[in-house]
Write a protein of this length. Structure first.
Lengths: 328, 313
């Protein structure tokens, strides 16, 4: 991209890079399969993006403030397992209805927040590396869900699942709930990142925590809050996930942490912290999900090579975006 | 898991120098419960070990579950070094990395039983107990053929890319050859509900007319069923899963038209292997050779025989 001559143009390139990659993918998809832009497929893709997307918005704040959380995939599996267990246990007493679903939602949200709080406290109060703490909790939650399920699958009672199902499949004005919730989380996240002291503090801590401390930013507290927020968002993602298939097993949420981190980085947030872009994360999530969708909709590539195509497009999306920096 | 830990603790306490001279130890090494089928296999391994320990006081068991091949190699080396096992029952995580360690066990003079996945070198094991993967595909293909005599369009959900998956698909394709059944597409659902749900959604977007689905595994069948139900598509007449998950066998038993049949690939084959190995150690009955457990078609008529409500799978 030789047009990146003036500083204004350079800035633009880093902004439009991920969007450009997304637009190319959408055009390629529309050319390869006429059903690609159909309402059903778009709904599928957006609803599918919601789980990783909601988590990735939280991850944007954690990474912006110089942290990392590898435990979110396992945490989601554990929270989903716990939620199903609690709802099944309460079923004989409460019966199928709105109250039991609300209790289940509260359990998911509460468990997510507590799990995030534990990660955050270990990282900020004991001063252990985020990578190590969350690598540890990743293993712990993954084992706990396997143990809860006794090695098998935890399934929500069939009647209860049918009652709860509209939370994933239903919606208003033809837009399903996961998409609505995802959009709300993104808007709130964008405002929080751009317009509030909290967002600025995250960026300040990520670029230099010592300087931030001298500028009287409460570094530990802001960091702790980012992990708690991420935990809460994992809970919200689980609330949307459980009604889809009504089950959780040790295979639930596998590699979600890496997908969320990849989406954040593709979207233009710096992995070493200091700069974050919530809308960019959304573009990153959509790119990741669209690649999988496109590979399923076309037969040009052997399914054995799906991973390679995904990898190549992820790298390409980041190259497009960093193209301007290389010339500096 | 609790049982496993206490069994191990007990085994360690009983073992060591104080061990009675005539007690024989059987080591059982299996992959951890990473998906539904493996969960069932773990359950049958545990219950069989408990039952046999009560039945044969002269036998002692060490059961170890491994989450990756390297851990399984360590488990087997530890069993040989510290427990002096007389026999090893192993379901290898992967063939190549486990071949060397199992060969060492054999060289020590112990009996070796290999389950389900063969080793990379032939002739190590005394007893081989396995499911019939090409047969699994063939039985599924023959059912499709008989259920759709006029042919039709189907999509296939494959497992994790492995030899097992390839053998199943080849068996299936061989069986439906010339029947007028057209396979529109085959993608990997990785024996996983979430992946299969996603792949099935995309198949439904891509093809306006699908007559049936071969999901080749019940976890994948459940994911596919949820996608079909959500899309409200009436053209898909049935989904054929496999491996005999209890919920799915129950639905076949109850006459659910969407799940007219199942094809067994019993996780209880680990129980067969442990039982036969134990018989070989305590009696003079010859038990060496190959024991291939056939895949059986489960229909509403015989489903009750294959329904195990207590198993986690």
């Amino acid at each position: 991209m030789s047009v990146a001559a003036s500083p204004a143009r350079k800035l633009q390139m880093s902004v439009i890079g991920p969007i450009l990659a997304l637009v190319i993918l959408v055009i390629a998809g529309a050319l390869m399969n006429p059903n690609f832009l159909g309402l059903d497929n778009i709904t599928n893709v957006l609803a599918r993006s919601a789980f990783i997307g909601i988590i990735a918005v939280g991850m944007t704040f954690v990474i912006t403030s110089g942290g990392l959380d590898l435990s979110v995939g396992s945490m989601a599996a554990f929270v989903a397992g716990l939620m199903i267990l609690v709802m099944n246990t309460l079923l004989p007493k409460m019966g199928v209805g709105v109250p039991i679903v609300l209790v289940g939602m509260a359990v998911a949200l509460g468990a997510g927040i507590i799990a995030g709080l534990i990660n955050g406290l270990l990282i900020t109060r004991l001063g252990i590396e985020a990578f190590i703490v969350t690598l540890g909790s990743m293993g712990i939650y993954r084992s706990l869900v396997t143990w809860l399920a006794d090695g098998g699958t935890l399934s929500l009672d069939f009647g209860l699942r049918s009652f709860y199902q509209p939370v994933y499949y239903g919606g208003i004005f033809g837009i399903t709930w996961p998409i609505i919730v995802f959009a709300l989380v993104v808007i709130l996240g964008e405002v929080l990142m751009r317009k509030t002291a909290f967002g600025r503090h995250c960026a300040a801590i990520g670029s230099n925590d010592q300087v931030a401390r001298y500028a009287s930013v409460r570094v530990a507290r802001v960091r702790l809050l980012t992990y708690v927020m991420l935990g809460g968002l994992v809970g919200i993602a689980v609330i949307m996930y459980v009604p889809r298939l009504g089950s959780a097993s040790s295979a639930t949420g596998l590699l979600w942490e890496l997908e969320a981190i990849a989406a954040v980085i593709i979207g233009g947030t710096a992995l070493k912290g200091g700069f974050g872009r919530v809308w960019g994360t959304v573009v990153g999530v959509l790119i990741l999900v669209l690649i999988g969708n496109l590979l399923n909709l076309t037969d040009y590539v052997s399914p054995y090579l799906n991973g390679a195509i995904q990898g190549a497009i992820i790298i390409l999306a980041v190259v497009l975006q960093r193209g301007s920096k290389a010339g500096q | 898991m609790k049982h496993f830990v206490s069994a191990l603790a007990l085994a360690v306490a009983l073992g060591g120098p104080a061990m009675a001279q005539d007690t024989k130890v059987i080591g059982v090494s299996i992959p951890a419960a990473t998906h539904g089928w493996a969960g069932g296999m773990n359950y049958f391994a545990k219950t069989t070990v408990e039952r046999l320990e009560a039945t044969y006081p002269e036998l002692d068991f060490v059961l170890a579950t491994a989450s990756d091949p390297a851990k399984q190699v360590n488990d087997i080396e530890d069993m040989l070094a510290t427990r002096k096992i007389s026999a090893l029952v192993v379901l290898p995580f992967e063939s190549e990395p486990l071949t060397g360690p199992v060969q060492n066990v054999k060289a020590s003079g112990a009996w070796v039983t290999v389950v389900d996945r063969g080793l990379a070198v032939e002739g190590i094991q005394d007893l081989y107990v396995a499911g019939d993967n090409p047969g699994f595909g063939r039985v599924a293909g023959e059912f499709m053929k008989s259920h759709m005599p006029d042919g039709g369009k189907i999509v296939v959900l494959r497992g994790i890319p492995t030899t097992i998956d390839n053998e199943r698909l080849e068996g299936f394709q061989g069986a439906i050859e010339g029947s007028g059944i057209e396979v529109l597409a085959a993608e990997h659902g990785n024996w996983n509900r979430d992946n299969s749900f996603t792949v099935m959604q995309d198949f439904l977007s891509k093809y306006p007319e699908i007559d049936a689905v071969w999901a080749s595994d019940d976890d994948m069948a459940l994911g596919a069923l949820a996608a079909i139900e959500a899309a409200g598509r009436k053209d898909v007449k049935f989904v054929l899963g496999g491996a005999g998950m209890k919920e799915m066998v129950k639905r076949t038993m109850d006459g659910d038209a969407m799940i007219p049949a199942n094809v067994t690939y019993p996780p209880a084959m680990i129980a067969t292997a442990i039982e036969i190995t134990a018989v070989g150690l305590v009696s003079q009955a010859p038990v060496s050779g190959d024991f291939i457990i056939g895949s059986v078609l489960v229909t509403p008529d015989n489903a009750a025989t294959y329904y195990y409500p207590d198993s986690p799978f």
